[in-house]
Design a binder for this molecule. Sequence first.
Ligand code: BGC
Length: 752
Amino acid sequence: MNSLKYKVTLLLIVTGISFSFSCKRGAVGNSDVDMKVNALLSKMTIEEKIGQMTQLDPGSFDGKESIKAAVRDGRCGSLLNYLGPVEVNEIQKVAMEESRLGIPLIIGRDVIHGFRTVFPIPLGMASSWDPEIVREAFRISSIEASSQGIKWTFAPMIDICRDPRWGRIAEGCGEDPYLVSSFATAMVKGIQGDNPADPTSLAACVKHYAGYGYSEGGRDYNTTNIIETELRNVVLKPFKAAKDAGALTFMSAFNDLNGVPTTANEFTLRQVLRNEWKFDGFVVSDWGSVMELINHGYALDAKDAACKAINAGVDMEMATTAYSDNIKQLLKEGKITESRIDEAVRNILKVKYELGLFENPYVSPEAEKKLLDPSFLDHARKVARESVVMLKNDRSTLPLSMNITSVAVIGPLADAPRDQLGTWCFDGREENSVTPLKALRDILGDKRVNYVVGLKYSRDKNKSDFDKAVAAAKRSDAILFFAGEEWILSGEGQCRGEINLPGAQTELIDALSRTGKPLIVVVLAGRPLAIGKEVEASNAVLYAWHGGTMAGPAIADLIFGKESPSGKLPVTFVKGAGQIPFYYYRYNTGRPASAKSYTPIDSIPVKNQQTSLGYKSSYLDYGYSALFPFGFGLSYTKFNYSDLSLSSNTMNSNGTITVKATVTNTGNMDADEIVQFYIRDRVGSITRPIKELKGFRRIHLTKGEKSEVAFVLAPDDLAFFNGTITAAEPGEFDVWIGPSSAEGLHGEFRFE
Ligand code: BGC
């Protein structure tokens, strides 16, 4: 199989981000580490080796003493969910001083979008299209988490997802391979810092490898069938980017991929990850995913499961004991080899050395102070602000004047401190959340805020407070309705068949709309919801996701125009669950639909003759377009795109092409714009998507200011895997520079 010619360096030139890719691998050079690892390995018993391949949760032990005994005996080389500087130092001391070889533990935890300072859910962060602020957010999370003894986080989660029913869409960065790759790189750099051995650095764990985000029907843990072209051109790209950014560990996934569960998948784990990409860190299973090979019907029992996972390349088992219970017997039976065990242990020890754990196994008690630093909270507010996407703003309803006499604040998410933290938030505390209600009261004072919750939680159907809410709206100058989903409705295992606003929220929005007062709907949710009706009923809509600790002040900053909304959608918003999957990076089909071909269901005559319906690829009810396209997002100002130019109308296999356009802020406010660059390969040896993002840049323009934005394309950017080879194919290409995937200035060139 040919390796992907995917060059992250180039991606970053195109996006204008200048990261260094030379990830320093600890204080010691690689060969030193190898020598140390080999020396240590040669002293280890098979039991000690098995211990290194075992990661356990404190819940699987019978109290602290039994954890200590396992660590002392070398039966467990890693713990997850073991927290606190004192506790971690105590157990680490057992590993360092009481175990025979003094091998440090590696302590892991899910730090997915913040530790105590909680940032927006990753899908929200991705709406910022600002990898640099996200890198910094992960840096902050690592500073906080490392202060509590954590040295390894199960992040970034970079599963491409095109199905908002899947609860875990919240945890990823959206639907597009380029955008997700850019964030994967930034997140790894933030987590691991410049040097993984720095006390504030953690090892990143890139997950879930691979294809988990394609679970059929958006039902968690479900089967995935992904042909190799799609796998390599889309799904694997962010993983390769994360590997190139220096990620030290990978996590196999729960899903069955093309008939072979990913936790026993030799193609992804051995052929792609090790042989082609030369990954030299270690692979951990997902929680219990080794034992789940039995449920998949891929392994007979725990011994068979261990055998298959080990041979496929999973070095460490998370949470279950198929490895520790069976490796010796498997060796005896010759089903696994000692050299494979040595390889796994070598991979693990190498990472422990690179993390500096042998030299500095303990956490400084001083580090405790590094939580919720004001500068961290400021950054969380900035990230939350950049994550908000404005979907509608009729007649400049927003921003509101600070002199407004009063506002009605209504809705289940207005004052829901836990919900705004979102899914996968183990260490954030709701008492640290600043809710929108609190932020608005801080700005306007209690008297100017007429608060009625209306619905107590997002699924609430009790309408008894509707009258009160409507009355509050009537005596206010504007209505701010905070809609959305509780945190528990997204995340692992939390999938939905319908993706509308839950409970009676839509009815309350309708009732409020009928007051005739300006109605601003702010959505705090873990997924892109189908909110067509609510958008119609309101005058302005801000999509704020679950924005984390500082969601309230960030939203208030935008409501009162301290800054303009600037986020853009990292995922297509569909009109309803029945339209899924629908994403911008799709194929044209033989019968692409357009405004001309489409017959809306309501305009079909009662006694229709079939021939008038167009026979194009669309739905009678949803039509052929998205509710909001990928890359969409409005601003308080206006940006004009002009003067698209190409450095040449041909590109050859040694050359590059520069595509430029001028962006002018023609509105009345200084603001950021996210300039997007797309291409289309018109004809290929396999069909090519109708648009592919190849670059983006967030620029700041003051009123009246203009800027020329340039993107460089090289042949590798045109390359794709066609089932046999990865190459750029000669032919005609379209390019666009614009504000979303659905608009832009157009140009073309020929690749020779
Ligand atoms: C999830 C992983 C997570 C692991 C450890 C699993 O259920 O799929 O994403 O890292 O648990 O908490």
